[in-house]
Design a protein around this ligand. Structure first.
Ligand code: SF4
Length: 226
């Protein structure tokens, strides 16, 4: 599938998810940016979606912001969702990951708003809370929503399974160098790199108690046409 088709697919996946979130009760409101931390993860396709129609000047400005923040402590995922599903199914050890919201805010955040809001990655869309995090200091995500999030993460990784994932800063900063290989489906990720290779879906990670309730969303994802 070419990149344009995959972008259409990604938009349709986002739309199904955004419609789902509109149908449930969440406390998230415009200009609340508590969850806009530097710990967001993103796939290479999602990074391309944000970057491809920026002007050269906008890209340069973004690179400066990302480069300034990316050497400070931030979440570096050790495995992707689809790889994690396989590790769990095989009863293998799960890599340890360290994350702390006090590591600072997302370098894209500007005046408490996201300048790429309509193109923001799934990691940002999926961070919804049942109550106002500013009052409690933490988010509370319904367990069913967590299962939905995992399902969507698995599909989003699948449509970019020749690509890679990582922290938003590391993926976006690497994209200029990686773009040619990514387009040619020749991504190789060095051991010890901050990037991780994506994988196709082999096993879905939906717990038994959510399987029938999640089925309508699963069918919508499965039946997307472009
Ligand atoms: S990309 Fe946008 S929505 Fe996501 S964390 Fe950064 S500023 Fe917030």
């Amino acid at each position: 599938m070419n990149i344009d088709s995959r972008l259409i697919l990604l938009d349709k996946i986002y739309k199904i998810y955004d419609d789902f979130i509109e149908s449930i009760d969440v406390a998230c409101k415009k200009f609340c940016s508590v969850c806009c931390t530097c710990n967001v993860t993103i796939t290479s396709l999602e990074s391309y979606k944000i970057l491809f129609d920026l002007s050269a000047a906008e890209k340069k400005l973004l690179q400066i912001k990302l480069a300034a923040k990316c050497e400070t402590q931030h979440f570096i995922p050790q495995t992707t969702t689809n790889r994690l599903a396989v590790l769990c199914a095989q009863d293998k050890d799960i890599p340890v990951e360290e994350i702390d919201s006090s590591w600072g805010e997302c370098p894209l955040l500007t005046n408490n708003a996201c300048p790429v809001y309509n193109k923001r990655p799934f990691g940002c869309r999926a961070f919804v809370s049942k109550h106002n995090c500013t009052e409690t200091g933490y988010a509370e995500i319904d367990p069913f929503v967590l299962s939905v999030n995992t399902l969507f993460l698995q599909f989003i990784e699948h449509i970019d399974c020749d690509g890679y994932s990582g922290n938003i800063m590391d993926v976006m900063l690497s994209f200029e160098v990686q773009e040619k290989n990514w387009r040619n489906k020749q991504i190789s990720v060095e051991p010890g790199s901050r990037l991780i290779k994506n994988h196709p879906v082999n096993i879905l990670m939906v717990p038994p108690e959510h399987r029938s309730r999640i089925m309508p969303l699963f069918k919508k994802l499965k039946n997307i046409t472009i």
